[in-house]
Write a protein that binds this ligand. Structure first.
Ligand SMILES: Nc1ncnc2c1ncn2[C@@H]1O[C@H](COP(=O)(O)OP(=O)(O)OP(=O)(O)O)[C@@H](O)[C@H]1O
Length: 213
């Protein structure tokens, strides 16, 4: 079995006093995982916790040595997250966001601008995001999730609102990055196409805990 790419140690998360996550231990080898769970089970919360975006108790370790607590900056460079329903300040353009991500996450600029062109993002990248349709916003957020040199990419409901052409590009991107060693956690209420990606495992979130099948 390959090395653990992400490990959750005694992770708990509550909103006000309502507990949502209580994960004593979860260790995932490198791979592509489908995170399943009913509405309100805690999938988005789990992804935000894993991305280090919201406060939680416990710790998360990437690649065996980068701790969310002890190395917060390195940790956030190693994990990318695309929201289910992306929301950005209205006055920013797609290019502003792209430059921000390329500047902070680093990585191969040429590769990302090529993907932007392939996805048709160049047609609107200079416009404020307030003018974007939900599919245009989703394309941009998926592109941003592929910036930098992450070990893990979290995709929250990536299938929603994108057209079939973009869907095919996204599956290609997942396969290509996975071949380079990137792991993925993907939530989706619709099944992921087994002809497009081979899942390493299925994660089930229920009763605040996650189990690997
Ligand atoms: N900001 C918040 N404040 C308070 N409670 C919240 C907040 N965000 C989520 N919750 C609650 O946490 C629980 C888990 O929500 P979450 O969005 O993580 O679920 P989910 O599995 O992603 O659901 P869905 O499939 O419907 O998107 C729900 O009970 C929800 O009401």
């Amino acid at each position: 079995m390959s090395e653990t790419v992400i490990a959750l140690h005694a992770v708990t998360k509550s909103y006000q006093s309502a507990p949502v996550l209580d994960i004593p231990r979860l260790e995932l080898p490198a791979g592509i995982y489908w995170l399943q769970g009913e509405n309100g089970a805690g999938k988005t919360t789990c992804m935000k916790v894993m991305a280090g975006l919201i406060p939680f108790k416990g710790d998360i370790i990437l690649q065996g040595n980068t701790s969310c607590r002890q190395h917060p900056v390195q940790f956030r460079r190693l994990i990318n997250y695309a929201e289910a329903e992306p929301f950005y300040p209205a006055f920013l353009t797609g290019r502003d966001l792209l430059e921000l991500y390329l500047g902070t996450k680093g990585g191969d600029r040429r590769q990302i601008t090529d993907i932007a062109a392939h996805m048709g993002i160049n047609a609107f990248v200079n416009n404020p995001v307030s003018t974007y349709s939900s599919g245009m916003l989703k394309k941009l957020s998926l592109l941003l999730a592929f910036t930098g040199n992450p070990a893990v990419i979290l995709l929250d409901e990536p299938l929603i609102t994108i057209d079939t052409r973009t869907l095919a590009i996204m599956y290609d991107l997942i396969r290509a990055r996975h071949a380079e060693g990137v792991s993925f956690l993907i939530t989706s209420h619709q099944p992921l196409d087994p002809e497009e990606i081979t899942l390493t495992g299925t994660l089930r979130i229920a009763d605040k805990n996650i189990t690997l099948n």
